[in-house]
Design a protein around this ligand. Structure first.
Ligand code: NOJ
Length: 548
């Protein structure tokens, strides 16, 4: 690997801790469970794990409602378990990225309990409190992202408090310097314990309009959609003042580590391209002082068509500030799984895409074995989003089901108790153990691709060159120090011929999603699909990497 900071060339693996591995039979995954499964991550070949929140929490939003920023929830273990996990991970060459949730705490956090106790409490201004509107009702039209107004009335003190998500998740007041100082101390608490960075929850939400102006109505709103979309989040997200906070957070991270082992900040940002770029924090001298990786979610939302993806990649590459590290994501705990969105064959192609584009890839647990969304019957629903806005397909339980480790053990080896969410019905066939045995499996495909990405500088640090290849094909090259690899992806259900002008003169097949399926990765010279005067033939949904 190169001398760059680890997060530039590394691969991040997201763990939803409730669902990864239970070690004590309560049906909920925990830190000791993750620790037991580190060898899976080593075998897969990833570089870092990001753990969704494991702080003390009443679990109204399954850990995204934090009641203590400097401890571990007993359901997940203890600080000692956390330290042991970090030590083991580091010993195995894995980095650990913590989830950080600065926009809101739990309503059970002592800060909020104090804040709501009286209007003149010193902590009152740590949260966003407003008088009712003239004539009563919420102070303005802001909507919660989880349905209903973003305001809840506190009868005891006669004011409303603001919450961008559940009423159990009151928004902190980031204009208050005391709040900033306390949150930066919380970051230092974990950085001192050795964490390698943070994924920062809804970073773009931190600051709200200081005049509390109404958001404008959304002309594109369609009945049946997520209620939050009734208005445009003009005054509630991506406010200019958030940029200063981003810079301050980066300074905190930079107090720790050196250039190579620098601590990374990964911002959760669902924003249009130009606004996303702002979070790299490029200053007038071209210095990037923002988050190193503003999450690029475009592949999650994209229509799965070659020209669409081609445009996305070209535009993203063109928009990046000089020296900025790109990144790509296929899925996470909030969005439908890739294998459900594009099917099994499409998911193999997506893996090739994710691992050959320029930039840090983030994998969502279970995607490496092709896990799909699991339908959850109404009486088993856990997710508060689905409970608040039922039947709109917004629920996130389907993509959070337990990891499928083994076909022979109860509950796929996830727990000896009763899993908090049901398992996928296919767990006896689709599981880690079975897929290690099967050369053609999704897991083997991921493992081989990751190994190739690690071995080939062109793939982990080479530049990206677009190639025009027609409507069913996506093509690009990755180039590094004279080595040029061509990646061809056939998005169509028909075989496709790629003109010989677009492929290397004497192409060598380095990797094929189909060859992986039939065991025969051909490294012997010209590949089976090549005719010098015609070109390279790709099977339906096949993707390949060719070299000279
Ligand atoms: C984004 C997180 O990814 C999501 O799971 C959570 O519900 C909201 N932020 C609120 O914290």
């Amino acid at each position: 690997m190169s001398a760059d900071a680890w997060w530039k060339n590394g691969i991040v693996y997201q763990i939803y801790p409730r669902s990864f591995q239970d070690s004590d039979g309560d049906g909920i995954g925990d830190l000791a469970g993750i620790r037991r499964r580190l060898d899976h991550l080593v075998a897969l070949g990833v570089d870092a794990l990001w753990i969704s929140p494991c702080y003390p929490s009443p679990m109204a939003d399954f850990g995204y409602d934090i009641s203590d920023y400097c401890d571990i929830d007993p359901r997940f273990g203890s600080l000692a378990d956390f330290d042991a996990l970090v030590a083991d991970a580091h010993a195995k060459g894995l980095r650990v990225v913590m989830d950080f949730v600065p926009n809101h705490s739990s309503d059970r956090h002592p800060w909020f309990i104090q804040s709501r106790s009286a209007r003149d409490d010193p902590k009152r201004d740590w949260y966003l409190w407003r008088d009712p509107a003239e004539g009563g009702g919420p102070p303005n039209n802001w909507r919660s992202n989880f349905g209903g107004p973003a305001w809840t009335f506190d009868a005891a003190t006669g004011q409303y408090y603001c919450h961008s998500f559940l009423r159990e998740q009151p928004d902190l007041n980031w204009r208050n310097p005391e709040v900033r100082a306390a949150m930066y101390e919380a970051m230092r608490f974990w950085l001192r314990r050795g964490v390698d960075g943070f994924r920062i929850d809804v970073l773009y939400h931190l600051v709200k309009d200081d005049e509390f102006r109404d958001n404008p109505p959304n002309p594109a709103f369609v009945e049946g959609q997520d209620n939050a979309h009734r208005v445009l989040p003009l005054y509630t997200s991506d406010r200019p003042e958030v940029q200063q906070i981003v810079i301050e957070m980066r300074k905190v991270a930079d107090e720790f580590g050196d250039a190579k082992s620098s601590r990374v900040l990964i911002g959760e940002l669902y924003l249009p391209l130009a606004r996303l770029m702002a979070y790299y924090g490029e200053d007038a001298n071209g210095v990037l002082q923002g988050v190193q990786l503003p999450f690029n979610f475009q592949l999650i939302a994209a229509e799965w068509q070659a020209p669409v993806i081609d445009r996305i990649v070209r535009d993203y590459e063109a928009a990046l500030p000089a020296g900025a590290a790109p990144n790509w994501v296929l899925g996470n705990h909030d969005k439908p799984r890739i294998a459900s969105r594009v099917g099994e064959a499409g998911a193999r192609l997506a893996a090739l895409l994710l691992l050959t584009l320029r930039g840090t890839p983030t994998l969502y647990y279970g995607d490496e074995i092709g896990m799909t969304d699991v339908p959850i019957p109404p009486d088993e629903v856990q997710d508060p989003f689905e409970k608040n806005e039922p039947g709109k397909g917004l629920g996130r339980d389907p993509q959070r089901t337990p990891m499928q480790w083994s076909g022979g053990a109860p509950n796929a080896g996830f727990t000896e108790g009763r899993p908090w969410l049901r398992l996928a019905s296919d767990w006896r066939q689709r599981n880690v153990e079975a897929q290690w045995q099967d050369e053609a499996s999704m897991l083997r495909l991921y493992q081989r691709l990751i190994a190739l990405r690690r071995d080939e500088p062109a793939l982990h640090e080479g530049r990206y060159e677009p190639i025009d290849a027609g409507t069913e094909l996506l093509a690009y090259a990755r180039v590094c120090r004279g080595r040029r690899l061509v990646v061809l992806l056939n998005f169509g259900a028909e075989a496709a011929v790629v003109s010989h002008e677009l492929v290397p003169i004497r192409p060598r097949l380095l990797f094929s999603t189909a060859a992986a399926a039939s065991k025969a990765t051909d490294n012997s010279g010209s590949g089976p699909g090549f005719e010098p005067t015609v070109g390279w033939t790709l099977a339906p949904f096949e993707g390949v990497i060719l070299s000279d």
